[in-house]
Design a protein around this ligand. Structure first.
Ligand code: NAP
Ligand code: MG
Length: 400
């Protein structure tokens, strides 16, 4: 059978540990036999990041911006223990943070829903996608301890002058925090959310606390509304989808009562916290996909989980592990579908969809990895190791 041709390469970012092993298995078994795979390869594995002084991460991010579609394997974010384990020159920053900063993007996380694994919230029938603003607020906060009685103020200096606000007059010890965001970043966040809602044809909800933070959260709300009215209202109407702002507490309540099937835009902290709740409630971190979308429509796909270190150490001892490759397969299919769409390569996009369908059909037939079997209510299930599961997906794919 002739392989499906590609025109523009996908930016391929390889990674670490167990996911690096799975990465190769997926390429060898599920992609290269079917697609004349064109990638621009960047090795973000920790040893190579160290060799290049992390330049490779910056180069990979630049390539993602150039070509518009990237797929990334999970990578180690070094801590002190990793610096020792890999004899690193220094403690490099998280590659995801580097790539996010370069792409100025918003992270969308969506669960893959399978038959037999019931969400912990029984009403949820369709995936809930959390869109997390990935810049500023407490993550760029400045905080300090107030040692005793005193005054904390906040001063803004501009070309027009100076303004000082009283934060608090302390009678004793305390703490204080200042945080910021920028109009540019909030605009990017809003655009990325509207674009993603359109491209996936789902409603968009945005929740914040503008009753309390009238200026701060009020600005988020106003920017979303202005961009929606100016650029997206008609397109949303055409697509038959809706944008709605609601208070964050109301959003939480409505999410619980909903049936799913929408995008939930969250400020940075809300998104950090809520995406873990959504992932857990839908069943498994190993079934969560993540895509970073820039405001000018560049996409980077990955699995939401890490490098599955504990399985890797077992693999190094020669054991077979039952590590779940589904989210990593879906990172690839997301990239193939998007590349196909952007290049007008219908065959490539269709293959991406077919591989997703084959993966879901394999799971539906009861073949799965151990993590899923543990929470799957199906009567008949077969626990497979990673290689056998991937082989089963290939069988399904070839029979379709
Ligand atoms: P992790 O790799 O996601 O694994 C945590 C645990 O979750 C695993 O030990 C495993 O549980 C289970 N798990 C996760 N993915 C699985 C899969 N595909 N199949 C089966 N089980 C799965 O998180 P971590 O242990 O906190 O982090 C490991 C490394 O990954 C760290 O160096 C961290 O920096 C990095 N990390 C990278 C990214 C990224 O690149 N996006 C994200 C998060 C973490 P059991 O061991 O109980 O089976
Ligand atoms: Mg978190």
């Amino acid at each position: 059978m002739a392989k499906i041709p590609m025109t523009t390469p996908i930016v391929e970012m390889d990674g670490d540990e167990m996911t690096r092993i799975i990465w190769k298995m997926i390429k060898d078994e599920l992609l290269m036999p079917f697609v004349d795979l064109k990638t621009e390869y960047y090795d973000l594995g920790l040893p190579h990041r160290d060799e290049t002084d992390d330049q490779v991460t910056h180069d990979a991010a630049a390539a993602a911006k150039k070509y518009g579609v990237a797929v990334k394997c999970a990578t180690i974010t070094p801590n002190a223990q990793r610096v020792e384990e890999y004899s690193l020159k220094r403690m490099y920053p998280s590659p995801n943070a580097t790539i996010r900063a370069a792409m100025d993007g918003t992270v969308f996380r969506a669960p893959i829903i399978m038959d037999g694994i019931e969400p912990l919230v029984p009403r949820w029938k369709a995936p809930i996608t959390v869109a997390r603003h990935a810049y500023g607020d407490i993550y760029k906060g400045v905080e300090f301890r107030v040692p005793g009685p005193g005054t904390v103020t906040m001063t803004m200096k501009t070309d027009d002058g100076e303004e000082t606000l009283m934060v608090h007059e302390y009678k004793g010890e305390g703490i204080a925090l200042s945080m910021h965001n920028t109009k540019k970043s909030i605009e990017s966040f809003a655009k990325a959310c509207f674009e993603y809602a359109l491209s996936t044809k789902q409603d968009l909800w945005f929740g914040a606390k503008d009753t309390i933070l009238k200026v701060y959260d009020g600005e988020f709300r106003a920017i979303f509304e202005a961009i929606f009215e100016a650029d997206y209202k008609d397109r949303f109407d055409e697509a038959g989808i809706r944008y709605e702002y609601t208070l964050i507490d109301d959003a939480v309540a409505r999410v619980m009562r909903s049936q799913g099937g929408f995008i939930w835009a969250c400020k940075n902290y809300d998104g950090d916290v809520m995406s873990d709740m959504i992932a857990t409630a839908f069943g498994s971190l190993a079934m969560m996909t993540s895509v970073l979308v820039s405001p000018d429509g560049k996409y980077e796909y990955e699995a939401a989980h890490g490098t599955v270190t504990r399985h890797y150490y077992r693999y190094l001892k020669g054991e077979q592990t039952s590590t779940n490759p589904v989210a990593t397969i879906f990172a690839w299919t997301g990239a193939l579908k998007k590349r196909g769409e952007l290049d007008g390569n219908a065959e490539l996009a269709a293959f991406g969809q077919k591989l997703e369908d084959a993966t879901m059909a394999t799971l539906a037939s009861g073949k799965m990895t151990g993590d899923l079997a543990a929470s799957c209510v199906k009567e008949e299930k077969t626990v497979l190791n990673t290689a056998d599961f991937i082989a089963a997906v290939r069988n399904t794919l070839e029979s379709m």
